[in-house]
Design a binder for this molecule. Structure first.
Ligand code: AMP
Length: 380
């Protein structure tokens, strides 16, 4: 066990690192951040920050040697420096898990090989025959880049010959994954924590609504049958176990009309769809992450209200004129509502699509929470 007072290192300095640092420091840990850019949400609230590229082995080694355990707040970190340094510090989770999660093709191949339910897919090597891969899956389908994709970036839906031609032209020379298009009933996510002792705790399943491929609302509890909830948790726990994970794992799933659950993506870190837990759960996902990687007992994951809704605040909520930002959102309504909690990430430059913050509301029913959340979002 790594007791409070010790130093936790985080690779990555985004908002997930910032909220991790808040939770860790509350428990008495010191947090060190390693982040290439000099202006980062996490460095601002941490005891120490190093700004250097992930590939700068000397800086990275000095950093990890100064930490009692090292974890991550995003998975797209080059793994070569990590395996070179694997004996220089304790890393949770291990770099092998990042390697699976940071590449869609490896991730999907891993799911298939380990018999976890996933969306039917075909791979297309760089320079391979994408049209053939698309034909093998059938229309409609979606083509995604194999590497470093998130929030719908590098994705194209293919519905007919015209969009097929467009996809072939724009993915030319790239490694890609072709996935069957799923007409899902809803999107769900589950976050599971697994500690150094192998103890596991699954947060309640979130129902997620995406707009333009980016998470917009998370609704807790998800409006699904208890059997589906249990099945989603069982899938996430089995994946965490199979990966020998220590830390957090977020698993995003599609629920089909036939009641099937299909894994879409996994991320071995705190997740946007778990932000609700800061205000609607006994233990937040960030505190749970701290507990898992330090070997503290895991915390209770019960909801603290009958319904919780989280709303992402993107740069789009700022006032724009001719592509120039001309003003902030109006925070008055969200700040003036007792059961709403505003979280801003301290990012200086708003951009459309950029995650700037979020807010949560709690209420006696899902309908009431959603209605309030929508009204507060509109009032921004
Ligand atoms: P991703 O970047 O893979 O998480 O995709 C972002 C969003 O695009 C998902 O949350 C879904 O809303 C949508 N999406 C991705 N893949 C599919 C698919 N195979 N079928 C239907 N919708 C999808």
């Amino acid at each position: 066990m790594i007791p409070p007072g010790k130093t936790l290192g985080v690779l990555g300095g985004g908002q997930l690192g910032r909220m991790f640092a808040h939770a860790a420091e509350r428990l008495g840990y010191r947090v060190h951040i390693y982040e290439p850019s000099t202006d980062s949400p996490a460095a601002e609230v941490s005891a120490h920050a190093v700004h250097a590229p992930y590939t700068d082995l000397e800086s990275l080694e000095a950093f990890v040697r100064g930490c009692d355990v090292v974890t991550y707040e995003f998975e797209n970190i080059p793994t070569e420096p990590l395996w070179r340094l694997e004996n220089a510090a304790v890393f949770h989770p291990k770099w092998q898990i990042l390697e699976v999660a940071q590449n869609r093709l490896r991730e999907k191949t891993w799911l298939r090989k380990n018999n976890f339910p996933h969306v039917r897919f075909a791979e297309c090597e760089a320079g391979g025959d994408l049209a053939e891969a698309i034909r093998s899956i059938g229309l409609p389908c979606v083509v995604k880049t194999a590497d470093f994709g998130y929030d719908g970036k590098g994705q194209q839906k293919v519905t007919d010959d015209l969009s097929l031609g467009r996809a072939v032209a724009s993915f030319k020379g790239q490694r890609a994954v072709v996935e069957q298009w799923v007409d899902f009933k809803c999107e769900l996510s589950v976050i599971v924590a697994r500690s150094t002792a192998g103890e596991m705790q699954c947060f309640p399943v979130a129902e997620n609504i995406h707009t333009k491929h980016i998470l917009d609302f998370s609704i807790l509890p998800a409006r699904i049958a208890p059997g589906i909830q249990a099945k989603a948790c069982a899938i996430a726990e089995a994946i965490a176990e199979r990966l020998c994970l220590t830390g957090l794992l977020a698993v995003e799933l599609f629920l089909t009309d036939r009641g099937e659950l299909l894994v879409n993506e996994m991320a071995p870190r705190p997740h946007n769809s778990g932000h609700w837990s800061l205000d609607g759960c006994v233990t937040s996902q960030f505190e749970q992450h701290v507990r898992a990687v330090t070997g503290l007992p895991l915390g209770d994951v019960s909801l603290t209200a009958p319904a919780v809704v989280m709303v992402n605040i993107l740069g789009d909520a700022w006032k724009w004129a001719h592509d120039k930002c001309v003003g902030e959102p109006d925070w008055a309504a969200v700040l003036g509502t007792p059961r709403a909690h505003l979280h801003l990430y301290g990012k200086k430059e708003p951009r459309p699509g950029r995650k700037m913050g979020h807010f949560t509301v709690t209420a006696e029913s899902t309908e009431a929470a959603l209605e309030l959340a929508r009204a507060l979002k509109a009032a921004l």
